[in-house]
Design a protein around this ligand. Sequence first.
Ligand code: 26V
Length: 795
Amino acid sequence: MNIIENEFKQSYIRSLKITRGKSLCNATTLDKYLALCNLIREYIFENWVKTNEIYEENSEKQVYYFSMEFLMGKLLVSNLINLGIKDICENALKELNISLNELEEFEDDMGLGNGGLGRLAACFLDSMASIDVPGHGIGIRYNYGFFKQKIVNGYQIEHPDYWLEKENPWEVKRQDEAIRVKFYGNVKMEYKDNKLVFIHQDYESVLAIPYDVPIVGYKNNKVNTLRLWSVKAEDEFDYHMFSRGEYHRAVENKLNAEAICNTLYPDDSHEKGKLLRLKQEYFLVCAGVKSIVNQYKKLGKDLTQFHKHIAIHINDTHPSLAIPELMRILIDEEGLGWDQAWEITKNTISYTNHTIMSEALEKWDINLFKKLLPRIFMIIEEIDRRFRQEIKNTKNTSIISDNNIKMANLSIIGSHSVNGVAQLHTEILKKKELKDFYIIYPNKFNNKTNGIAHRRWLLKCNPLLADLISQTIGTEWICDPIRLVDLAKFKKDSYIKEKLDLVKRNNKLNLSKLISRKNSINIDPDSIFDVQIKRIHEYKRQTLNIFNVIHLYNTILENPNLDIHPRTFIFSGKAAPGYFMAKKIIKLINTVADKINNDKRVKDKIKVVFMEDYSVSLAEKIIPACDVSEQISTTTKEASGTGNMKFMMNGAITIATLDGANIEIAKAVGEDNIVLFGIRAKEFYDLQGSYNCLDIYNNDLRVKKVLDSLVNGFLTQDHLEFEPLYSSIIKNNDQYFILKDFNSYINAQNKIDKLYKNKDKWLEMAVVNIAHSGIFSSDNTIYEYAKEIWNVSCR
Ligand code: 26V
């Protein structure tokens, strides 16, 4: 052990003593974990203070990324890596007989997000801090994160995720920066000094309390901030009510008030227009914008120059009330005129669209909205009125119509930039979904293809591969991910490929052990690991995947000597608790798994595993062990996808439809290094109206056999269990084109089998995939946002 490690060891023992009041011999895992976090905080806070000083001194423009979700995962090891002290820490702890790995496992995931949108926000925070962008997250500190999933008899059962049970060492509560958030009441208008003023009265208010989480940049001494807001009921408010004799309401309101931050909404596929959700959205925006304005004014800057110093980005429409809220502050509180406030607001705000699925688009009933947020409603009405005055035909573009407020329309009108998250997605926005807006504002629209934090999704989660890469091409790729391309030179190098094979084999062995522990299923680490992990959704087509598995099973039963490389189909993902069809899909996968895994006739040629409780940290274990990455959404439906990028970066071969960022991945690696199948976007649109799925059902015997097995007792005694899946496909004329793409998918899977049999060629493809994954680092994405949207400095 060297001097630095010894010093760390001494500091750690000191931390145990002064922060936990324990010595090593009686320290529990909780003590050991918290003592380590507390020690690391010292390193982080030093740079946190310095970073904020620099931002103030240089008067640097700041970016605030508003998001209802930040799916951060675990922070301990990623903080150690970014500080550059992971090895020191690991070795020092080893001396004390403490395993860093064990402490990492002990940490709870910060699961404050549903999926892609929330994880993207987390990756962006990592990249902003690492490439010197002064950018911060603004979110909600939910008491309960995304639910925990248990699988019982093949069904999903939800359990609450109380992630705050042990104290959270990564946050600092700042009670003294609380903000008052006002709901309900009415707006009185009166003239004061010849000026119309708006007074919000008889409101019910709550306090928003910020908790700051430091976001550590990679070895650059920068520490940005993720500010998460929690709620506290206001005591005075209760007294008013009590004195009016409304006892019952007073208590009820206190409970209601504190419910605002209780839970993350776990349905990212069906918008429901729930009042509590609207409260959450305004709460985030009101507290977030006000604290930015407060900080800005404290520095003595001129409000008319706000947009030159501040950029506010809204992650989907969920924080879009930032637009009327900023207008309200500038007009009602700061006394600016409408036109000036509007210019500042538009120039401050930029918006990302993440989905074209119409059922997920946010809209609010005006009566519900008006009651909860009377002043904000007036401002939205005025924005809409002026828009209608300016634009002739506003049939699809007005903000208010059919008694609803359309949040996407508000976001587009009230911002200076609208971006999609992959090239195809942006084209669909411009040419189809938002074409009327594109005609009005052609210059607002732009593409920013998503990216992933390559330090978490390669350096952290796959240390063996990261080491192999660094030994081969040096370590520049860690700060400059495009340099991964240097690896391409080694695609024919048998030494490197052999090493890569060993790394993958090792990762697969580790995952096999985990699966054996968790699922009590023994899988062959030399089988092909074929993986689909993501939210369960009809458009993502886990159904197509499992239909292929059933088909393979049928084929093996017909031909027990079928010559295929053994394959393990691994699934993981959560269904929204109220999404009936998605829950049926989970049950189907588990039923097929039970049937196949226990059928001796299959002779272990195929196995099916559903890993429960998908999370960021589970993904970190599965992705490094994957051979085949399933990215098989119905074309046009997956805005981008980001899992696809994580897999290629870890040397998996992708089987993909031409959808979202898959198209860009195919371009990057070349069509020889990815397996594409299925209809393309043009055909998808052309087929609308002319497609008849019964033609396929009646003519392709394989399809008929698979579909019939859902309802004829082949899979389960209960003929009714999967009837809804069966009839939804038939009744809705196969709206996700599962039957349409079936044949093409089977062929693609056969191609995968052939390719894998040529191990040398397979490894070459893997090298090419890793080499070209650098462009999908969120470092690059953030460069583009910084330059083209936010106009802020970066490295
Ligand atoms: C919608 C709703 C509706 C109301 C209640 C809660 C809630 C939460 C989230 C959403 C939006 C989901 C949209 C989304 O996650 N889109 C995904 O964004 C990823 C990052 O851009 C992208 O890679 C995925 O393709 C896209 O599906």
